[in-house]
Ligand binder design. Structure first.
Ligand SMILES: [Zn+2]
Ligand SMILES: [Zn+2]
Length: 206
């Protein structure tokens, strides 16, 4: 499997590009800025992007969506509860960052538990509300992309509209912890980790 992590935008959001090496079919997770950087990798690796998955609807994870969608014509997938954020600069918080924007609407509204096939790769959607109502994590092989749900040594903020600390903790304990200690955690900001390391070290999960 091909995997690239690109820190993008002013908040250094991690945009991930994953692809099946054989078929060159790919998915982009969270195009949060710097569309040129993202599209350069797609061109260089000669990838066909089939899906753009959004872990949630905040501006720092969706800012380059329009450019990436236009360049690839990939299908945009986001949880149904965060889908309205694409169409509202207040909902996606961009208006509060001083550069309010809206984005193309969702092609696929997720509910959780869906599976997507990208060449030989199987992606599984886990609904993990708490940071936002429609937050998702995406499991591929022994990796889980956790957006702003779980970070190395920390968890997502719950003080934005629709956030809930209790829900976030339950999401992590019920959906992510059972994935097993060896599962790699690839978060929406910062360094990677594993479920085992977070169980031991993360102060929010004691
Ligand atoms: Zn966020
Ligand atoms: Zn974020």
């Amino acid at each position: 499997m091909f995997l690239e992590c690109l820190p993008v935008g002013p908040l250094a959001s991690n945009c991930y590009i994953i692809a099946d090496k054989k078929s060159k079919k790919a998915a982009i997770i969270d195009p949060g800025g710097d569309s040129n950087k993202i599209l350069d990798v797609i061109t260089k690796e000669q990838l066909t992007v089939e899906f753009i998955f959004l872990t949630h609807g905040h501006s720092d994870h969706i800012a380059a969506l329009k450019e990436v969608k236009n360049a690839t014509n990939a299908k945009i997938a986001i949880h149904e509860e965060d889908a309205p954020m694409l169409l509202s600069s207040q909902g996606n918080l961009s208006v509060y960052m001083g550069f309010g924007f809206t984005q193309p609407s969702a092609d696929i509204k997720l509910k959780g538990n869906e599976k997507f096939q990208i060449g030989g790769l199987t992606l599984e959607i886990l609904h993990t509300p708490g940071h936002t109502p429609g937050g998702i994590c995406i499991k591929v092989n022994n990796m889980v992309f956790t957006g702003d749900t779980l970070f190395a040594g920390s968890i997502g903020r719950t003080d934005f509209p629709g956030g809930s600390y209790d829900e976030l903790i339950s999401s992590i304990k019920e959906k992510l912890m059972p994935l097993g200690d060896d599962m790699s955690v690839l978060p929406g900001h910062g360094e990677p980790s594993t479920i085992g390391a977070e169980k031991k070290m993360n102060p929010f999960l004691k």
